[in-house]
Design a protein around this ligand. Structure first.
Ligand code: GDP
Ligand code: MG
Length: 447
């Protein structure tokens, strides 16, 4: 997709959130820094970036998540909304009116992609069953009429050109009788190197005669944040109704161009993502941002995180762990949560003190089956046994094994696991809790 780099870095920063055990101030600070880095690399204006990130922080502080919404989901939602706003908010599509014809005129500087876009739009609307015609009013570039003719042929739509005529108004008038036979007329115009008075005058006189329903400014994405100035100038002098950002495929600056157009107040209606006729998309900021953030994947991740550990549960467990209170139910819950989150051994690396213990890998990689057995035998234990597993000796183990149908050897495994975990926990007991907490709130890698 377009904006690959931006997409990858944003996705990575959000993944960190979905897999963070806790969402606290530090998590947010890091996320905000990640987002800033990603947006600046996409050439988004510094001020816009800072506004966006302080908004994220402010909203997270002041707004409250709904009861069912875990904090990390709430945070991601805010990020999503603010990025959507950065790119223009809600979708504003072109509504083709039932008049013959509905006129769309394209304006912009040399090489911005106007003529190509006439072809793309013709193809787009033709596929949606509109009867489309194009007209070439670029009298400055000798090859422009031919280029338009070729593209219109490819899109299989009518094309009006006159290669000899040097007055665009005359060309327009020449075919005027025929336009009523079409649903949509797409008008190609001439560019200039810059928005000179000459170009403004030309567009003004075309506006007067043609009275287009849509006047679209074509902006190449490689302009990055400097697109803002151009969009504002065109907005002021040519009454544009929207923008199309082209060449989204060829630059890392597209994020800058999109946000710059959005801030200029001009609505982005389409984006062009390549040289082929089909490389055109309507621009829908919410959907665009969803894709950018990989929201589909993200939702799945969030689901998983939600299943694995509830925020209160993990807070509560954290407290007891730090006090050195640790029983079999804790062990079971922790194992269960972690096995849902991913590789257990990877996760255990993050638990303080674990790496020093050098546990064999198979002790850590507890499988679902084993967890199931543990749960079964724990159901056969008394409350006292669960809270103080050290009292479990031969006869109790036999009783539990009989009651649960779980072999005594597996119950001993469970105890072994418990002692290891307990040892690990007591080895960290009494250390600086601040430091420990920070470590414990580490992220889970490999997700
Ligand atoms: P105009 O001067 O504004 O009419 O611009 P053109 O339509 O002639 O386009 C200028 C050049 O940019 C041509 O070589 C096009 O093939 C190329 N171009 C236009 N749009 C895109 C796009 O979305 N992606 C890429 N990669 N190239 C494009
Ligand atoms: Mg052209």
């Amino acid at each position: 997709m377009v904006l690959d780099n931006l997409s990858t870095s944003l996705k990575n920063s959000l993944k960190k959130i979905t897999s963070a055990l806790f969402v606290d101030e530090r998590t947010i600070d890091e996320l905000v820094k990640d987002i800033q880095r990603a947006l600046l690399a996409a050439d988004v204006n510094v001020q816009l970036v800072f506004n966006l990130t302080s908004k994220i922080k402010e909203r997270f502080k002041e707004e409250k998540p709904t009861k069912e919404q875990p904090k990390r989901e709430f945070l991601i939602h805010i990020v999503y909304e603010e990025l959507t706003n950065l790119l223009g908010g809600e979708k504003e599509e072109i509504r083709v009116q039932q008049k013959k014809p509905f006129k769309i005129m394209l304006v912009g500087l040399f090489g911005s992609g106007k003529t190509s876009l006439v072809g793309k739009l013709a193809n787009y609307y033709k596929k949606r069953n509109y009867k489309v015609a194009t007209i070439g009013l670029d009298v400055h570039r000798p090859a422009a009429p031919q280029q338009l003719k070729i593209l219109s042929d490819q899109a299989q739509v009518q094309c009006f050109i006159d290669e000899k005529e040097k007055d665009p108004i005359k060309i327009y008038k020449k075919f005027e009788q025929q336009y009523k036979n079409y649903d949509i007329l797409i008008v190609d115009t001439a560019g200039r190197d810059a928005l000179l008075q000459e170009l403004i005058d030309e567009i003004e006189s075309l506006n007067k005669i043609i009275q287009p329903d849509e006047r679209l400014l074509i902006i190449p994405a490689e302009l990055g944040q400097t697109a803002q100035k151009q969009a504002e100038q065109f907005h002021k002098s040519c009454e544009i109704t929207g923008v199309v950002v082209t060449k989204m495929d060829g630059t890392a600056k597209a994020g800058g161009a999109l946000s710059a157009c959005a801030i200029s107040g001009a609505k982005i209606k389409f984006i062009a993502t390549g040289e082929k006729l089909n490389d055109l998309e309507t621009f829908n900021p919410p959907n665009f941002v969803s894709r950018l953030l990989g929201m589909g994947d993200l939702e799945a991740l969030l689901e998983k995180a939600k299943e694995a550990i509830s925020e209160e549960k993990s807070k509560d467990m954290e407290k007891r762990l730090l006090k050195g209170e640790f029983n079999l139910v804790d062990l079971y819950e922790q194992m269960q949560a972690m096995s849902k989150m991913g590789s257990l051994s990877k996760l255990m690396e993050l638990v303080p003190g674990m790496s020093q213990l050098k546990l064999p890998k198979d002790v850590l990689d507890v499988h679902e089956d084993k967890l199931k057995h543990w749960k079964e035998c724990m159901n056969s234990m008394t409350k006292k046994e669960l809270e103080d597993p050290e009292i479990l000796e031969g006869s109790r183990i036999r009783r539990i094994s009989l009651g649960s149908g779980v072999p005594a050897s597996e119950i001993r495994d469970l105890l072994k696991q418990y002692r290891l975990a307990k040892k690990m926990m007591s080895s960290i007991k009494g250390k600086d809790p601040e430091k420990l907490m920070r470590k414990f709130k580490g992220r889970i890698p490999g997700m």
